[in-house]
Write a protein that binds this ligand. Structure first.
Ligand code: PXL
Length: 441
C-alpha cells in the first residue's frame, strides 16, 4: 500500500483542503495521512474565519504522521511564515521533497498570505519537487506580470519545477523542459480543483509514474472530478467529486449481481419479455435535483451516468437461464436508460434503478397485492410529432405515468402497433429490484 501525507488546512464543507486531499488519495488507492495547519470556517460563498494552529504543534503532528513513512508529501494551505519555516525544517529532517500547492488566494478571493509567508515559501519551493501555482500565484511568487506564454515561461524558470495552471492551458516546467498541456475550458467555477490536482499528482508519483505522465493523469482525473462535480442552486461554486470512477464500478457490480439474483427465479419464462430485458442504474451522485442541475450547467447528459448491458438480457431456452449480451456499460442510448433518466427527473421516490419485465395482468396483480405504487401510460396517447422523434416515447410515457402518480415504483404500458406491452419495476439499486421481482413474481 502506498502512502501520501497531506499538510494543509481544514475546510468546513470538505471540498478543498485536508478533506478533499484525503478523498482523492482514497479514490486513487492510496492510504492518506494528514497534518492540519489551520482550520477554516468557510463555504462556497465566503471564508467566515480562519485559525492557524501553533507551529510547534504542527511539528508534532508531522513527527506523529511520519510513523507511516509517506511515499509522497503534498503541501497545501500554510498560512504564515512561522508555520512555513516549521514545515521546511521538518521536510529537511525527514528528507522529503514535497509537491507544493501554493495556496495564496481562495476562489472566493480570500488572501491566505503575508510577506513573511512569501519569503519562507520561496525557500520551501526550492526543496519541493514540484510547485503548482495558478497564474495569480505565479505572478506573486515570480514578481513577473504574466500576459503571454513568454511571461509564463520566465515566471516558471524563476519559480523552478512547476505547473503554471491556466484556464484551458497549463504550462509544465520540469528539469529544464517545457510542455504545454491543453484541455477544454470549464465554464463554471469550482471549489477544490487545486487541491484535487496536486493531491492526484502526489498519488501518481507515489505509484511510480514519471513526472510529466503523473501531471497529465492528474489533469484528466481533476477534469473528470469537475465533470462529475456536485452542483446545486444552494452552492455558489460546484464541489469536485473524486469518486466518479469508484461510483461507476459500484454500479456495474451491482447490475451484474442483480442479474445473478434474477436467475434464481423459478419461472423466468414468465418474466422475460419477447424483446428481452435490461437493468439500468444511475450513479448515486446524480440523483434528482443535483442531476438536473449538473446536466443543465455542464451540459452532461444524465444518460452518461446510467449503466446497463450493452446488448440485452435474453432467456436461453436450453439452459433455462437469463443471459446478458455484452457487458455493463455507461452511456448507451437504450430505451431503459431513457426511461430511467426521465424517471429521475419526475419521480418522488428514492429509486435509481429499473428492470423491465414481461407484461401480464397476473404480474400486475401480484405487485398490487404487495402494496406497490403503480402507474401506467398509453402509447396511443403520444402526440404524433413526438412519435416521429427517435427515443422520445419513453420520455413521454414515463412522464405521463409520473404525473398521475409521482410515487409509482411500477410503470406499465399495454403496448401499441408493433410494440410489446411492458412492465418496468423501479428500486434503489439492481440488487433491490431483482430481489423484489424474485419475491413477488
Ligand atoms: O483550494 C485552495 C484551498 C486549500 N485549502 C483550504 C482552502 C482552500 C480554498 O478555499 O480553504 C483549506
Amino acid at each position: 500500500m502506498k502512502i501520501c501525507l497531506t499538510i494543509a488546512g481544514s475546510d468546513s464543507i470538505s471540498g478543498a483542503g485536508i478533506q478533499q486531499d484525503l478523498k482523492v488519495f482514497n479514490a486513487l488507492g492510496i492510504y492518506g495521512t494528514n497534518v492540519i495547519t489551520a482550520v477554516t470556517a468557510q463555504n462556497t460563498s465566503k471564508i467566515y474565519g480562519i485559525k492557524f494552529l501553533d507551529a510547534k504543534f504542527i511539528e508534532q503532528q508531522i513527527d506523529a504522521a511520519m510513523e507511516l513513512k509517506p511515499d509522497e508529501v503534498k503541501i497545501g494551505l500554510i498560512g504564515n511564515g512561522e508555520i512555513c519555516n516549521a514545515i521546511y525544517k521538518k521536510m529537511k529532517e525527514y528528507k522529503c521533497s514535497p509537491i507544493l500547492d501554493t495556496v495564496l488566494i481562495s476562489t472566493t478571493c480570500f488572501k491566505f498570505y503575508d510577506d513573511d509567508l512569501l519569503n519562507s515559501l520561496k525557500q520551501l519551493s526550492k526543496i519541493s519537487k514540484l510547485t503548482t501555482p495558478n497564474l495569480k500565484e505565479a505572478e506573486i511568487l515570480s514578481g513577473i506580470e504574466i500576459k503571454n506564454i513568454d511571461d509564463k515561461k520566465k515566471a516558471a524558470e524563476i519559480i523552478g519545477n512547476c505547473v503554471l495552471k491556466d484556464e484551458g492551458e497549463d504550462l509544465i516546467y520540469y528539469n529544464n523542459k517545457f510542455e504545454i498541456l491543453k484541455f477544454d475550458k470549464i465554464f463554471f467555477k469550482t471549489h477544490g480543483s487545486g487541491c484535487t490536482f496536486s493531491s492526484a499528482i502526489a498519488c501518481y508519483l507515489a505509484q511510480d509514474y514519471e513526472m510529466f505522465e503523473a501531471i497529465k493523469k492528474a489533469k484528466i482525473f481533476t477534469y473528470e472530478a469537475i465533470k462529475h462535480a456536485i452542483k446545486s442552486q444552494y452552492l455558489n461554486l460546484s464541489i469536485l467529486n473524486p469518486f466518479f470512477e469508484v461510483e461507476k464500478d459500484v454500479v456495474k457490480e451491482n447490475i451484474r449481481a442483480g442479474l445473478k439474483i434474477l436467475n434464481e427465479c423459478p419461472n423466468l419464462a414468465n418474466i422475460c419479455p419477447e424483446v428481452g430485458m435490461n437493468i439500468a442504474q444511475i450513479t448515486n451522485f446524480s440523483r434528482g435535483e443535483i442531476s438536473s442541475l449538473r446536466t443543465h450547467i455542464s451540459k452532461i447528459s444524465p444518460i452518461l451516468e446510467i449503466a446497463e448491458f450493452s446488448g440485452r438480457i435474453f432467456y436461453d431456452q436450453f439452459d433455462k437461464k437469463l443471459k446478458a449480451i455484452g457487458d455493463v456499460e455507461f452511456g448507451g442510448e437504450h430505451h431503459l436508460a431513457r426511461a430511467l433518466s426521465t424517471y429521475m427527473k419526475y419521480s418522488k421516490t428514492n429509486c435509481r434503478t429499473v428492470i423491465n419485465v414481461k407484461f401480464s395482468e397476473e404480474n400486475i396483480e401480484k405487485f398490487k397485492n404487495f402494496g406497490f405504487e403503480i402507474s401506467d401510460f398509453d402509447r396511443n396517447a403520444e402526440p404524433e410529432e413526438n412519435k416521429l422523434m427517435e427515443g422520445k416515447t419513453m420520455e413521454f410515457g414515463i412522464m405521463a405515468a409520473l404525473i398521475k402518480n409521482p410515487k409509482a415504483e411500477l410503470i406499465y404500458d399495454k403496448g401499441g402497433f408493433g410494440k410489446e406491452a411492458m412492465l418496468r419495476v423501479f428500486g434503489r439499486d439492481a440488487i433491490d429490484v431483482a430481489g423484489k421481482i424474485l419475491k413477488i413474481l
